[in-house]
Ligand binder design. Structure first.
Ligand code: PLP
Ligand code: COI
Length: 340
């Protein structure tokens, strides 16, 4: 690595840092172009772009990890490619070939190698692929041209404190409709979450918990992360619903809990009035990794799980296993790690 960057790796938050290169590819007349790395972080697009008016866009989030030996690796990027294509289908956008997606991610990571945080700092390189519908247009119809971009930046913990418990409040608002776009990673869901998040933050909570939009009785998501709970008889439980984002971290934890920690696992309804069934709870996601949930505020009272200050033992074991795999210290299931 030739270039050195002046970054305080141990004190990074989750904020934008401009790195040197990003990838951009255009879809036009039914096909993707070659794609290339560019240095300019600004996009010039038509004022008529459907992404700007009607939200025809989607994105992904994944990370690159520096191992003890200095290598760089990705965690399940094929799953991000597949999920992006599910979002693309939902919004009538063109699919991106899986190999093109992974190749673009690798190119961006390699070109910005100096920004991949050193092993042991806990920081990672966050990678943000996105697709937008562009071109001169005004009617509510799919765009005729698309941009697929990938950029990256070094990040620290998403929730303040990282692996320290934080409290959440149940929102009266919904981030998605029962048969809407909740399972797709589209910007509209996040636009809808800004106001409820602001209300939660103003009341001193890390974020809000969304209940199922049809009945408001079951937990769906924890802000921009999925929910999991550990029952008193040690079952790893995570909500099942067509309106939550199919989290890659969540599916990885379901597998690791079963195969590595020999726990029983279940994807099923999680009723908000039955939080007592859990001895521990957490939020999981690429950005959130595993964030222990101290308590959930609902109906005027804070329900505390394991502790508001200490991490529960099962959550800790899950974290160590996942984190160990991502940074190359624990052997990964076949196909989960892709070297850059
Ligand atoms: N739920 C929402 C709404 C998210 O934005 C994310 C982040 O990607 C997740 C869950 C976690 O998904 P993943 O584990 O694939 O990052
Ligand atoms: C992620 O975990 O990658 C996310 O997309 C969450 C958030 C930053 C939107």
């Amino acid at each position: 690595m030739s270039k050195k960057v002046d970054i305080d790796w141990g004190n990074l938050g989750f904020s934008y840092i401009k790195t040197d290169y990003r990838y951009i590819s255009t879809w036009k007349d039914g096909k993707w172009d070659e794609g290339k790395l560019v240095t300019d972080n600004k996009l010039t697009i038509s004022e008529g772009s459907p992404a700007l008016h009607y939200g025809q866009q989607c994105f992904e989030g994944l990370k690159a990890y520096r191992t003890k030996t200095g290598e760089i690796q990705l965690f399940r990027p094929d799953q991000n490619a597949k999920r992006m294509n599910e979002s693309n289908k939902r919004l009538l956008m063109p699919e991106i070939p899986e190999e093109k997606f992974i190749d673009a991610v690798k190119q961006v990571v390699r070109a910005n190698e100096a920004y991949v945080p050193p092993y042991g700092t806990g920081a990672t390189l966050y990678i943000r692929p996105l697709m937008i519908g562009v071109g001169d247009s005004i009617g509510v119809s799919p765009a005729k041209e698309y941009l697929f971009c990938v950029f990256c930046m070094p990040v620290g913990p998403y929730f303040k404190g990282g692996m320290a418990p934080v409290n959440f409040i149940v929102s009266d608002y919904d981030r998605a409709a029962p048969h809407g776009t909740g399972a797709a990673k589209v910007g509209g869901n996040y636009a809808a979450s800004l106001y409820p998040h602001e209300l939660a933050a103003k009341s001193g909570f890390a974020d809000c918990i969304y209940l199922d939009p049809a009945t408001h009785t079951k937990i769906e998501e924890v802000g921009a992360a999925n929910f999991f709970g550990i029952t008193k008889d040690n079952v790893f439980v995570t909500p099942k619903s067509p309106s939550i984002l199919p989290s890659i971290t969540k599916y990885s934890l379901l597998y690791l809990a079963k195969e590595y920690l020999h726990m029983q696992v279940a994807e099923r309804d999680v009723f908000i009035n039955n939080l007592d069934e859990f001895k521990e709870a957490g939020a999981c996601g690429t950005a959130a990794v595993i964030t222990p949930i101290g308590g959930i505020f609902y109906n005027g009272a804070l329900h505390v799980f394991h502790s508001e200050t200490e991490v529960g033992p099962v959550t800790k074991k899950l974290y160590d296993t996942l984190y160990g795999i991502q940074f190359g210290d624990v052997e990964a299931p076949a196909g989960w790690i892709v070297k850059v």
